[in-house]
Design a protein around this ligand. Structure first.
Ligand code: PGA
Length: 251
């Protein structure tokens, strides 16, 4: 059974007090969500946000990244086991900002997915093409390479725990959203890739989120597409009203 999810990726925003105020306001506005609501604050707020959403129907906690090794001399890094013990059940992996600014490779991301899953965390695995690749019409091949290299080594039981987020880089934080048609086309393509690797039932059951300038105005149309199962929300997840409208756009 496919789950609908709206995940808020706070990125490097919100101190403890700012995060706490935002979560309080979100909790006032969202009741009985139609899917899972996943909040991904910075590491420093994982514990406190986890306490705030504890017992709230449909709410789950995510980290924005984890390291690809189990533990050791990696100053400044955080392991999947640490994140799991802090109360998270999801972890965002391979966000384009991580790939671009922190040089995360597909190979590293495959290890991160293994770390996450072996510590009980469900990866929200990001993929998506830059503008020049889209303009060259090579976007399907680009995303196929990311998914094959980062995820398709997993066995079926583990793959079933993964959520995929398609985020065209040209749409992230730019105000330029993929049209609902472009999103649907890529989501259907991703589902066909999953079907050819894991079979049609696994493909039908996989949650595929859209991300990139998804907002209160366009969420309903995007989520109305048959292969779009919710969103990974950046900027609009920092405003309780907008985030609640997006969550309430799940049908
Ligand atoms: P945006 O970010 O909604 O601000 O475009 C989405 C993301 O990067 O996950």
């Amino acid at each position: 059974m496919r789950q609908q999810i709206v995940a808020g990726n706070w990125k490097m925003n919100n101190t403890l007090s700012e995060g706490s105020a935002l979560v309080s306001s979100i909790l006032e506005k969202i009741h009985h969500p139609k899917g899972l609501v996943v909040l991904a604050p910075p590491f420093t707020s994982l514990l406190s946000v986890g306490v705030q959403i504890n017992g709230q129907e449909g709410f789950h906690l995510a980290a924005q990244n984890c390291h690809h090794e189990t533990k050791g001399a990696y100053t400044g890094e955080v392991s999947a086991a640490m994140i799991a013990q802090a109360g998270a059940s999801f972890v965002i992996l391979g966000h384009s900002e991580r790939r671009q600014y922190f040089h995360e490779t597909n190979e590293m991301l495959a290890s991160k997915a293994n770390q996450a899953l072996s510590n009980g965390l469900r990866p929200i695995f990001c993929c998506g093409e830059p503008l020049d690749i889209r303009e060259d019409e090579k976007h399907e091949l680009y995303v196929e390479t990311q998914l094959k290299a980062g995820l398709f080594h997993l066995d079926e039981a583990n793959f079933r725990k993964v959520v995929i987020a398609y985020e065209p880089i040209w749409a992230i934080g730019t105000g330029r959203t993929a049209s609902s048609g472009q999103a649907q086309e890529m989501h259907r393509f991703i589902r066909s890739l999953i079907a050819s690797h894991y079979g049609t039932q696994v493909a039908e059951d996989t949650t595929i989120l859209y991300g990139g300038s998804c907002n209160a105005q366009n969420a309903a149309e995007l989520f109305g597409q048959p292969d779009v199962d919710g969103g990974l929300i950046g900027g609009a997840s920092l405003k309780a009203d907008d985030f609640a409208t997006i969550v309430n756009s799940l049908s």
